[in-house]
Every structure is written in structure tokens, then in C-alpha cells.
Design a protein around this ligand. Structure first.
Ligand SMILES: [Ca+2]
Ligand SMILES: [Ca+2]
Length: 225
């Protein structure tokens, strides 16, 4: 309105929201880990996600979260394995974190094991995760010979911890950074049959943008060609 000190709060269409925060450290808590992307994935399977990056002091914050329950996931890096909260290897076991009116969860901390270190409860390594450079967008791959009707997102098979040449560089600009994360997050939970599916976001080429694709970007994060 006119100039005045009493302008009421202006509500944008974003609605209410909150934040999740915590720290990312190594397994025994002695080393701060910076530049680890941490993701908030809606438990209801909505096709979006938000993320924050751990800073030098190992603190991260994920802002602008609509009220609701989230699986929180630290992406790892070239030395450290990714992990779900709270110290869970699988997203199915993740402890949900709830953001509600007046509740901004803090202390959602991660202690990341070394990649390839003593196996946390590891599902069998996925053999299909190897090189295929960039999936061609056109012919949908249909790579599943398995007769078993797989239920929705398979229980997070152990992600490939070896990083081949910068698979995380989804926009192919030679560096793996926040732009690549944003690209994946923008298509989160979309399948190749969905409108708006971005094949560049499908880092492992399995036809769905999910946490495995985030893992691939996370593992290469900070890498350059
Ligand atoms: Ca890039
Ligand atoms: Ca994928």
C-alpha cells in the first residue's frame, strides 16, 4: 500500500514452511564434512525435493520446506558413503523427520562411513550400474528382464560407490556442482512416462529420477573433468 510502517505480513503463495538442519561428520564425529548435499525427500512421494549443502563448519540447513514428513538423506562424496537418517542404509528404513508449525527439526546429524568400509547392512550391489555414458532419450530402455513384479522404488540397492568419469555431471559443463543437483531435484520422482521427465536427470538411466540419481551426483560432487 502506501508507505507505512504497518505493512502487514505479506503471504506469498508458498504457504507456511520450515527448515531442517543438522551436521555432517565422519563416522566417529571427529571430522567436519563440507560440501555434502543433504536432501529432504517428501515421504508422500511428491515429485520434488529440496536440499542444502554442508558448510565448512559441517552445518547444513534445508529451507523452505512445506509442513510435512521427510526422509532426509546425505549424499556422501568420493570418500564417504551416502546415508539416510538416522544411520540407515535404506530409504525404507529412514526415520521420517517432521516439519510442522513451530517445529524446525535441528540436530538431524549424519555420521558418514567411509565408502567401501565395513558393510553396513548392504543390499546386493546392483550389477546394472556400470558405465553406460549418457542414456539416449529416445528409445525407452526397458532394461528389466526380471519376472518378479517389482514393487515401487526398490529398496535402495547399494549405490555404485566407484565413480566413473563424472557421471554426476548431468548438464555436461565439466563440473559437478549445485546446478547438477538442481537438475536432478527438479525432476525428482518423475518417470520416463511422465510429462516433464528430463533424461539428463536420470543419471543411472533406469527411467526414474530417484535417490540413486542423487547419489551419483553426490558422489561426484565437486569433481571436474
Ligand atoms: Ca555440471
Ligand atoms: Ca534414475
Amino acid at each position: 500500500m502506501t508507505s507505512g510502517a504497518n505493512t502487514p505480513d505479506i503471504d506469498f503463495a508458498l504457504g507456511p514452511g520450515g527448515a531442517i538442519s543438522g551436521r555432517v561428520r565422519n563416522a566417529n564425529g571427529s571430522v567436519n564434512l563440507a560440501d555434502i548435499p543433504v536432501f529432504a525427500l517428501p515421504v508422500d512421494g511428491s515429485d520434488w525435493a529440496r536440499w542444502g549443502l554442508s558448510r565448512l563448519d559441517c552445518q547444513y540447513t534445508i529451507n523452505r520446506l512445506p509442513y510435512g514428513s521427510y526422509k532426509v538423506y546425505a549424499g556422501g562424496d568420493r570418500r564417504h558413503a551416502p546415508e539416510h537418517y538416522n544411520d540407515k542404509a535404506s530409504g525404507q528404513d529412514a526415520d521420517p523427520v517432521t516439519v510442522d508449525s513451530g517445529v524446525n527439526p535441528t540436530g538431524i546429524d549424519f555420521y558418514l562411513d567411509l565408502a567401501g568400509a565395513t558393510p553396513t547392512p548392504s543390499p546386493s550391489p546392483s550389477p546394472t550400474a556400470l558405465p553406460s555414458p549418457y542414456p539416449s532419450p529416445s528409445p525407452p530402455p526397458t532394461p528389466t528382464p526380471s519376472p518378479t513384479p517389482l514393487p515401487s522404488p526398490s529398496p535402495t540397492p547399494a549405490p555404485p560407490l566407484t565413480s566413473t568419469p563424472l557421471r554426476g555431471d548431468r548438464n555436461r559443463d565439466g563440473v559437478v556442482d549445485t546446478a547438477d543437483l538442481s537438475l536432478v531435484v527438479a525432476s525428482f520422482n518423475k518417470r520416463d512416462s511422465d510429462p516433464g521427465f528430463d533424461p539428463n536427470a536420470d543419471a543411472n538411466g533406469d527411467g526414474i529420477i530417484d535417490v540413486l540419481d542423487l547419489v551419483i551426483v553426490g558422489l561426484d560432487f565437486g569433481g571436474t573433468r
